[in-house]
Design a protein around this ligand. Structure first.
Ligand code: LLP
Length: 470
């Protein structure tokens, strides 16, 4: 029996023949043997094709008004990924000094970086301005003053966008929806905070307001939410034009495009998503009498999510009797919530396949769990698995590229898995597996240091010393 691998969920180069499952021409069994488990397997072809498809879609549908496709580094970043992103002509959205440091280490061109974050530290702002990042997206009144002051001190005129809250319900999990009113991000358009922020930015010669930004949430399928968000931002552009007699040149409409995790998910292709967005933007610009600005977007998940799978080995299976007399089969793998927090955090759904052999055994109601000391350590809550699974079998969960490795933790002193790139029958590690020695290396023995209660006010909060990133 040859298993079917839904191409919407599995990386593009996945093949299945007589129980041998390959990605990038490499058999998953051979990869497990070579690199161990758990491991993230990244399909280079798939990542690059998706990056290209978002780039092309923006060019095709916005033409001369195409801005930048900023790959959202938070989904997953490494130096190698930054290089692929650069080669594909994309920009990079970074939201911490750490993500910026990866971009810098990869030599990513500053002219294609934008810096996000609702609470950027002084040292992060300094690092961004010193690297001459193209755009800083401002998120609070204090930050407007902070960035203005630092840019002024460095004699730089910093291009900025204002992050606005368009008041859109994006129909996704509450924890990953960002543009309704009661959130920490951005300036509310409805309350007038957005306009106050415009006026605050205009006071500073060291800031050059380029336009507005909104990100309405993540794992979104509905294109009408993007249309509403664009409409409200364009209304603000019109208000600005009426007030100041000049047009702002840019709109960044954020990321959040959903991907398929299970068979029933039906995401839009890059082509369709941007085609619909362009209709909404052009229509709103016409109605509000503004010239179409340069449109940028920030997909993360939609580029890296489907390009990776997580490879696990089964360690134990257990039949658990339930109160209603039925039973549930618990299948434990050698990872869990330390490499995939999304099920515990967002009730996320995943699929899984047996990948070291074929099985014709009947399916059994199961729960796929990890090895952490916690009941909530679940990879898939309800899934039908072949009833002949035994310890030593290999399972792979697809679509784990986004917010998998990037949200991995060392809970229970688990070492984070490697990321192995596969392409053209070759495999190479781009992030190695952590070791217990790596974790122990963080422990220090130092003599007690006397700390005075009287810390000079000037030393506080400007990122020198204690928690600075420099
Ligand atoms: N732009 C901004 C300003 C963002 O905050 C985000 C994601 C993105 C772009 C990229 O969104 P994407 O295209 O990847 O959906 N950990 C959650 C997702 C949190 C997203 C945070 N911001 C998850 O695992 O679902």
């Amino acid at each position: 029996m040859t298993q079917q691998f839904n191409p919407k969920i599995w990386p593009q180069t996945t093949t299945s023949e007589n129980g041998v499952i390959k990605i990038g021409g490499c058999s998953l069994s051979a990869l497990a043997q070579q690199f161990g488990t758990p491991a993230f397997i990244l399909d280079e072809t798939d990542f690059k094709a998706r990056a290209q498809s978002w780039f092309n879609a923006l060019q095709i549908h916005f033409g001369e008004n195409a801005g930048v496709v900023y790959y959202a580094a938070k989904a997953f970043i490494s130096k190698e990924i930054a290089k692929w992103v650069e080669q594909a002509g994309l920009g990079l959205d970074v939201c911490t000094g750490g993500e910026l440091a990866v971009a810098q280490a990869a030599g990513f061109p500053a002219a294609r970086i934008e810096m996000h974050g609702n609470n950027k530290s002084e040292s992060e702002i300094v690092a961004a301005i010193d690297y001459r990042v193209e755009t800083i997206v401002l998120d609070s009144l204090q930050e407007i003053e902070r960035v203005a002051r630092i840019a002024h001190q460095k004699a730089v005129v910093q291009k900025v966008l204002l992050r606005l809250t368009p008041g859109v319900e994006a129909h996704t999990h509450e924890a990953i929806s960002t543009a309704h009113e009661d959130v920490k991000f951005g300036f509310s358009i409805a309350s007038g905070a957005a306009w106050d922020a415009v006026l605050a930015v205009k006071k500073h010669e060291s800031l050059s307001l380029q336009g507005f930004h909104a990100h309405i949430g993540s794992q979104i399928f509905a294109s009408d939410a993007y249309a509403t968000s664009a409409e409200r931002l364009i209304e603000m552009l019109a208000k600005y034009q009426a007030q100041f007699g000049e047009a702002l040149p840019e709109l960044d409409l954020g990321g959040g495009y959903g991907i398929a995790y299970v068979d029933s998910d039906d995401p839009l292709s890059a082509e369709d998503a941007i085609a619909q967005l362009s209709i909404a933007v052009k229509d709103a610009c016409k109605r509000h009498g503004v010239k179409i600005p340069k449109i940028s977007i920030e997909p993360g998940r939609a580029i890296v999510g489907p390009a990776m799978v997580t490879l696990y080995e089964v360690g134990t299976t257990k039949d658990v009797k339930l109160e209603d007399g039925s039973s549930r089969w618990y299948v434990s793998v050698d990872g869990g919530m330390s490499d995939n927090l999304r099920t515990a955090l967002y009730d996320a759904q995943y699929s899984v396949s047996l990948v070291n052999r074929d099985s014709a055994a009947p399916l059994r109601a199961s729960r796929l769990v990890g090895k952490h000391c916690e009941t909530g350590d679940i990879v898939i809550k309800d899934v039908n698995l072949p009833s002949d699974i035994v310890p030593g079998d290999l399972l792979a969960t697809p679509a784990t590229g986004a917010y998998g490795r990037s949200m991995a933790s060392n809970y229970n002193h688990m070492t984070r898995p490697p990321v192995v790139v596969v392409s053209n029958k070759t495999a190479r590690t781009i992030i190695r597996r952590e070791t217990s020695a790596d974790l122990l290396a963080l422990e220090v023995e130092e003599a007690p240091i006397g700390i005075s209660a009287e810390i000079p006010a000037i030393g506080r909060g400007i990122g020198i010393g204690i928690e600075g990133v420099e």
